[in-house]
Design a protein around this ligand. Structure first.
Ligand code: FAD
Length: 690
């Protein structure tokens, strides 16, 4: 008899993680006594990321006690407590392999239906302090599952769990999970999954998409990362530091690196054929980001071909040392080895060998009984990387065949020993070798890595277009129309706002930015530190070309006037206009002197409302959050007493200044300032926070 061991709830909270704030409801704590389960939630429970969790079809997350034992052993941990996996119900029984989508269970006075496996996100990695956890759940086939609440009621730890109905098609949570995340995706099973009415809408859509892809293309080979099949979610987000533990010269032009994580956690297991994105470089300011297939997925080995003039490959060959730290993204890509009984054909040329070599390693490690064909092309013996390694792996296989072609053999290369034939791998050669036509082919040649991005994107667009079904096109058309309508509504609303504020005095922000646009030439470069006026500025100007706009990304202020100096130095032929709030302008006012000193024709526009408007906004938000009633007063947020005077400040720095009080005069003032072709300051009076 299955039993409810623990009811766990928790409301979302903000936690600090890797220098940012993550809003998450993954922390759940056991509660005693009866708890009400409602259609969308258990009382006292909530989700942080409602795009990924919660809602009617993911109202209650269930995880099994037996999986706890599995993880305790696998992770070597004894400190796992109920709720650890973010689950609402910790249960005894109800294994993922037994429970089927659509099964119904009565617990206490509530009735539940199984809707989908849990989709694990990186937050579980944070909660468990195991960054690889999301990928491990998929790989170990222990995702847990969600309940939909059919009848609301009370539940309590200790309640018996009684199955009252079985789902149609008898597809277990384990099977459904593997069907989505792990290749192959057999068509008949996809069709069965789509016949289960209880399956959640999201999963239904994913299976329908897979089926559609299969209908459109019967081929499942291709460039790593561009394959059509779904791959497991990345084991971690962003980059993790890895140390170069070994650096190996594989041939005249290929260097391998073995990478080990420095953060004390194990690297996640990768699938053979996957690639990683690596960020490296001689200094933090000179980083290069490139993709590399793992040439042995078991030990995070990447192998890089030296390219003439290649920034990363030359740095790796000549600059990078053992012990250096590089940043590595989680393994990705669905060009991976499928479980199958058919012969495997691994076909590669040049550095394209890397993903298929990882596959050969995996086949050797599992002692496959499949026929394995190793077909490889290289220029000559000096450039034939991994010759001995491939030979050794093949020798350990029960059934193997191999053929190596050299396109330009050296005189020292021995036919029959170093290579099997001169020339290229082509259709005729494969026919002559009797390579099975019904084999499972994995093909990778360097062009797949190096092909032109523009051409690839154009081809991708075309492929998406040609494969889109009528229903898909209709839905896309609907979405586009909805966006266009929303945009039109927004434009109308903004227009009304501008009209309403047009005649206000001092001038409103929409009016000021509209007047600036009117007075400034089309090729103007805007350096924006207008903070709360930024949105109006963005609506007034139509930034299109490279370098039309510069602005800060952080929340720090003070870079605007000074930044304009650098922009003008970089773009001496374009008019540069810095637009700053008066508070920000005080931080780097000495930029005016620098502009005068170096005769840099920059127009400094200071929007003067004599207040720290952004702080007032922030206070408003906090007051709203805490329902603190009135929005007033704003203490110590006005720039009053002594009176600021930017025109005289500018004069003191050798820059001519003018103050504009009336909106009607703004366009002429800035046009004149640009025409003067020397540093000028235009202070514009704008309204403060009402
Ligand atoms: C999924 C995936 C997996 C990959 N796996 C591997 C792998 O396992 N091993 C591997 O080696 N690569 C792999 N690549 C390719 C790799 O990411 C890099 O693109 C490659 O190493 C070249 O990078 P680079 O910085 O050395 O060259 P870049 O500096 O990016 O130059 C790109 C090309 O332009 C040429 N070039 C640059 N400057 C000049 C110039 N002034 N004159 C003439 N030519 C010039 C270079 O010779 C080079 O061929 C993979 C790519 C992808 C997308």
């Amino acid at each position: 008899m299955a039993r409810l061991l623990s009811v766990n709830v928790g409301l979302p909270r903000d936690i600090a993680w890797q220098g940012r704030t993550v809003h998450t409801g993954v922390w759940k704590t056991p509660v005693s006594g009866p708890r009400r389960v409602r259609r969308l939630n258990i009382d006292g429970d909530g989700q942080g990321d409602t795009a990924g969790h919660g809602g009617e079809q993911r109202a209650v997350f269930v995880y099994q006690d037996e999986s706890y034992r599995h993880w305790q052993e696998h992770l070597g941990r004894s400190n796992l407590v109920h709720g650890q996996f973010g689950e609402n119900f910790t249960v005894e029984g109800l294994a993922d392999t037994n429970v089927c989508i659509g099964d119904r269970y009565r617990i206490g006075s509530a009735l539940f239906e199984v809707t989908q496996p849990r989709v694990t996100c990186y937050r579980l990695g944070i909660r468990m302090d195991e960054p690889d956890m999301p990928a491990l759940l998929v790989r170990h086939g222990r995702p847990g599952f969600y309940f939909r609440v059919i009848e609301e009621g009370d539940v309590e730890a200790g309640d018996e769990i009684t199955q009252v109905a079985s789902g149609p098609e008898s597809m277990s949570v384990f099977e459904i999970n593997a069907l989505l995340y792990l290749p192959p995706h057999p068509r008949d099973r996809l069709e069965r999954a789509l016949r289960i009415p209880a399956l959640s809408r999201g999963w239904n859509r994913s299976f329908a998409a897979l089926l559609e892809q299969q209908r459109a293309s019967r081929i499942a080979a291709g460039n790593a990362g561009l394959g059509p099949a779904a791959s497991p979610p990345p084991a971690w987000r962003g980059f993790r530091p890895f140390r170069v533990s070994h650096k190996i010269a594989e041939s005249g032009n290929v260097t391998s690196l073995i990478l080990e994580p420095t953060d004390g956690h194990r690297a996640a297991a990768a699938l053979p054929g996957q690639f990683v994105v690596v960020r490296l470089g001689p200094s933090a300011a000179q980083t290069i980001t490139r993709s590399y297939s793992l040439s042995d997925a078991a030990c995070y080995r990447i192998s890089i071909k030296r390219e003439a003039h290649g920034a990363a490959s030359l740095y790796i060959a000549d600059g990078l040392r053992i012990g250096d730290v590089v940043e590595v993204g989680a393994p990705r890509g669905s060009f991976t080895l499928r479980q199958d009984a058919r012969p495997v054909v691994l076909l590669s040329a040049g550095i394209g060998v890397t993903p298929v070599l990882a596959m050969l390693h995996a086949l050797a490690a599992e002692g496959t009984m499949r026929d394995v064909w190793w077909l490889h092309g290289a220029r000559n013996g000096r450039e034939h990387a991994f010759a001995a390694e491939a030979c050794e792996l093949l020798a350990g296989l029960a059934r193997h065949h191999s053929h190596v072609c050299f396109s330009a053999p050296d005189p020292a290369d021995r036919p029959g020993a170093d290579f099997d034939s001169a020339g290229h791998l082509d259709q005729r050669l494969l026919q002559g070798l009797n390579v099975p036509r019904d084999g499972d082919y994995y093909l990778c040649e360097p062009a797949a890595f190096m092909s032109d991005l523009t051409a690839s994107l154009a081809a991708l667009t075309e492929a998406v277009r040609s494969r889109a079904s009528a229903a898909y096109k209709l839905a896309a058309q609907g979405r586009n129309q909805a966006w266009a309508e929303l945009r039109a509504q927004e434009k109308e609303a903004y227009k009304a706002r501008v009209e309403k504020s047009w005649r206000r005095e001092p001038s409103s922000m929409p009016r000021v930015t509209a007047e600036l646009r009117r007075g400034l030439p089309d090729n103007v470069v805007i350096v924006d530190e207008s903070i709360t006026a930024s949105l109006d500025l963005a609506r007034a100007f139509d930034y299109r070309g490279f370098g039309d706009y510069f602005g800060g990304r952080g929340g720090g202020i003070g870079q605007g006037l000074a930044g304009a100096i650098g922009v003008k130095v970089a773009m001496p032929d374009r008019p540069v206009v810095a637009i700053s709030g008066d508070g920000s302008a005080m931080y780097s006012i000495q930029a005016l002197w620098t502009a005068a000193h170096h005769k840099l024709a920059i127009v400094f526009v200071v929007l003067a409302n004599r207040e720290y408007r952004i702080l007032k906004h922030n206070v408003d938000v906090w007051r709203q959050n805490f329902e603190a009633g009135t929005q007033h007063p704003y203490q110590n947020m006005d720039l009053s007493g002594p009176a600021l005077d930017f025109v005289h400040l500018a004069e003191g720095m050798g820059v001519e200044g003018i103050r504009v009080e009336k909106a009607d005069d703004i366009a002429t003032a800035v046009a004149n300032a640009v025409a003067a072709n020397k540093p000028c300051l235009v202070e514009i009076a704008i309204e403060g926070k009402r």
